[in-house]
Design a binder for this molecule. Structure first.
Ligand code: SF4
Length: 471
């Protein structure tokens, strides 16, 4: 009975002083002490009196709760479970099993989980009161237990090729980006019907690749699972996706941050986005990109879902790669290659090698032989990406002739390679660039304002949505 109560993530989290094993084995009296609940009296009369003091809207959902889990305990569980280390538990961070387990604890029928998930992922509800087929008492209980967060759209930029860049403000004011790229060019002025969404996994980045805007101001924090999930839902909402209609067909985890440095939150978010009750994006349509975190690549190889893996390589020799990617000093190519081979052995899936072409840094034709050799050894495809200029950084993209010459040399060496027609150059599409620009604009704007205006401005909503160019 008690195990049933704690075998539920929300309830378990109130034990954040206890490890899971010891929490599961803890006696009921420990739970009471942790929750600062006085010991329950055995007398039936006292118990009845206590039940009578609990408002009916709270009492009803617990009617069928396991014996010993009284309304008083469940109310306390609900209010304490809402916070983990001061952070609210968002319902979009919960898997179906976790939700079912919580609902069972409240004595709710099993079909309620399906109804709630439909509201969250099909109808993309933004408030509890929209969930009109749930009893009012249950909605109230959900409100007390979980947050229902959403992302605030700060800026939206469009490009002529219909690539869209979104800048979101999170609950703590941090900014992150997502980019929506049409999978096929739009025809006759109609929007493309298939889209790839690139999502962020961290605020800033600690890995400091020399060409990248995301790491310029360092790492601030990891995104929580629901913040990753919400990027997809918010883009679909912003693009006007009707109830249940999907806009995002493919997901690439290549936005701001090193995805595998936020491993647990990322995997949880991807399981939700992949689930038939959640985002419904097929595992094979989800690509995780990494700068080369060897232990996490091996860990990912042992996980069940068949996600695709892309390596941000950008240099086929340790000399070139270490010049622009500090991570290569910790995990040099020899170790990275071994981890990729392990991944392929376990998954049997083709890896993609992402290679940003930077003029005068890694676009020399002498780089093509080692790159083709590595691709051949891994059975990988090489995706060449012309560099997107980042304001304040000295790097530039090679001209088109140099890009084509690099591709041709690579193919001559026997590699399977493509040269990406770069999308979104007009909209600060290099990862982290729009956020950096906006933060600097906001900082400059604040410095330029007299004190009185600055405090007035702080109360307003901040920057508004903008469409820069032809959609
Ligand atoms: S390329 Fe990726 S890993 Fe490197 S600094 Fe940018 S976001 Fe971080």
């Amino acid at each position: 009975m008690f195990h049933q109560a704690v075998n539920n993530e929300a309830a378990r989290r109130i034990f954040y002083g206890l490890r899971w094993r010891s929490a599961a084995a803890a006696p009921l009296s420990t739970l009471q002490r942790r929750l600062e609940i006085p010991r329950l009296r055995k007398s039936r009369t006292a118990s009845k009196r206590r039940r009578a003091r609990v408002p009916s809207c709270r009492r009803t959902p617990y009617r069928n709760a396991p014996r010993g889990i009284t309304p008083r305990i469940t109310v306390a569980l609900a209010s304490k479970a809402r916070y983990i280390g001061g952070v609210e538990v968002d319902i979009r961070s919960q898997t179906r099993e976790e939700l079912q387990s919580q609902l069972a604890l409240w004595g709710q029928p099993a079909y309620r989980a399906g109804q709630i998930l439909e509201w969250l992922y099909e109808r993309r509800a933004a408030a509890w009161d929209e969930m009109t087929n749930l009893p009012k008492a249950l909605r109230e209980q959900l409100r007390q237990t979980y947050a229902l967060g959403s992302l605030e759209l700060v800026r939206r930029q469009g490009a002529p090729d219909t690539t869209r860049k979104f800048l979101w403000r999170l609950a703590d004011g941090a900014l992150v980006e997502s980019v929506l790229v049409p999978a096929s060019p739009s025809l006759y002025g109609e929007p493309s019907d298939r889209h790839t969404l690139c999502v962020s996994t961290q605020v800033g980045c600690a890995y400091g690749c020399k060409f990248c805007a995301s790491g310029l101001d360092g790492w601030k924090r990891n995104l929580r699972a629901e913040e990753i999930v919400n990027q997809t839902l918010a883009v679909e909402r912003a693009e006007g996706g009707k109830d249940g209609a999907r806009i995002v067909n493919n997901l690439v985890i290549m936005g701001m941050g090193e995805p595998l440095a936020n491993y647990d939150n990322l995997l949880k978010a991807l399981r939700i986005l992949n689930a038939p009750w959640g985002g419904k994006v097929g595992a094979r349509k989800i690509t995780i990109s990494t700068s080369g975190l060897v232990p996490q690549i091996r860990r990912l190889a042992d996980e069940a879902p068949q996600f695709r893996l892309a390596i941000s390589l950008h240099g086929a020799t340790d000399r070139t790669r270490s010049k622009i990617m500090p991570v290569n000093k910790k995990y040099p190519l020899r170790e990275l290659t071994a981890a990729c081979e392990y991944y392929q052995e376990k998954k049997g899936r083709m890896i993609t090698l992402e290679y940003i072409l930077i003029a005068g840094v890694n676009d020399g034709l002498d780089e093509t032989a080692p790159l083709a050799k590595l691709a051949h050894r891994l059975g990988a495809k090489v995706n060449l990406i012309p560099y997107n200029k980042v304001e304040g950084l000295p790097w530039a993209r090679p001209d088109e002739a140099a890009q084509r010459a690099f591709l041709a040399a690579l193919v001559r060496h026997g590699a399977s390679a493509t040269l990406r027609r770069e999308k979104g150059d007009e909209i600060d599409a290099a990862c982290g660039q729009l956020r950096l620009k906006t933060e600097r604009e906001m900082a400059g704007h604040a410095m330029a304002m007299p004190q009185r205006e600055r405090s007035m401005e702080a109360g307003r909503d901040g920057l508004k949505e903008e469409i820069q160019s032809g959609d």
